[in-house]
Design a protein around this ligand. Sequence first.
Ligand SMILES: *Cc1c(COP(=O)(O)O)cnc(C)c1O
Length: 351
Amino acid sequence: MLTFAPGPSKVYDALPTYLQDAYEAGILSANHRSNAFMSLYQETEQLMREKLHMPDDYKLLFTSSATENWEIITQSIVEQASFHIYSGSFGKKWIGFAKHINPATDGLKVEANQSIDVANLEIPEDFDVIAITQNETANATEVPMAVIEGIKDKFPEKMIAVDTTSSMAGIVLDFSLADIWYASVQKCFGLPAGLGILILSPKAIEKCEHKGESGRYNSLSFILENAAGYQTHYTPNVLGIYLLNRVLKDLEEIQHIDATTRDRMQKLENAVAQSKSLRMLVDNAETRSKTVLAVTGSEDLITSIKKTAEKEGMQLGSGYGPHKPTSFRIANFPAITNAEIDKLVAFLGKY
Ligand SMILES: *Cc1c(COP(=O)(O)O)cnc(C)c1O
C-alpha cells in the first residue's frame, strides 16, 4: 500500500539498502563517544550545509522529536516569553506546551486563508521570541519565507523560532531569516520516526548561554556541550542519524527538490481545480502549503474516495481535527516518486 499520509509518511525506496548497510557498517553497535559516531555526526552536519544550505555557522543538534523541541525552546532559550503566530493544530499544540512551562506565553491565531498582516502586527516588548509554524501540516497552510522576512525586519530585536517539521528537505528554507529551526525526519526526509532535528544560529546559542538554564536531561546547554565534540547528551538514535546521513548523501541539492515539489503541487492543485466535486481546503494560494495538500468535499464523497483509493493501492491521509470527516490530505514529500504523484493525479481526475 502506497501511503500519501503526511506523517508518518512514505519512506524512501532505498531504505532497505540503507538499513542493510547500517548493520554491515557496524555503526549500530558503535558507542556514541566513539570516533565512528563523531564522524557520522560531523559528516551529517556538513551534508545539511551542502544539500539543505544550512549556514556554516549554524549548529545541527539531535533530539527525539519536534515535540521535544517545543519544550527545549521554551525551557532553554525563551527568557521573557514567546509570541506564537499559528493557524492550526500543531501550532496550537506548540503554544500549549510553551504556556505550560511559561504562563506568560501568548499569541495570535490566524485563519487558514488569512495571510499574516505584518504591517499591522503588534508584538509587545514583553516577548523575546516569535514562534512560527512555517508549514502547518494539520490544515495544509504555510507561512511563506517573504512573510518571515517581513516579521524579522519589523522585529529585529526579537528572535524567531520556526517549526518546519513538514517542509524541511522539501522546500528551500532561508535559514538566515531566523535563529531557531526544527523538524523531525518522518515527513519530508522520508525516514522512519524517532529523530528530531534542531538547528541553531550562533545568536540562539548565545541566548541559551545568557539564560543559563541547566540540569535537565534535555537542557540545551547540556546538548550543546556534547554537540561541541560531535557527541550527544544521551545514547542517541544512531540508526536514525545514519539513515538521515544516507538520505542527505543521495539527495539532490534543495533548490532542485524545491522545484519538483512546487511543480508536483501545481499538478495536484490543477486536478482538484478541475474536479466537479472536490475543492481545496485552503482557498488562498498565498497561505497554501507546498508540501501538504488538503482536499475537501462532502462527508459521503470523502469516505468513498478514500475507500476507492485503497482498492487501487493508495492510502490518502485523513483530515485532521475538525476537518477529519470532510477532507483528506496528501503528502507531496520527496520520497514519493513522480510516477506515484501522476497516478494520484489521474485518480483525482475521475472525480
Ligand atoms: C508532525 C509535526 C509535529 C510533531 O512531530 P513529532 O516528531 O511527532 O514530534 C510538529 N509540528 C508539525 C508542523 C508537524 O507536522
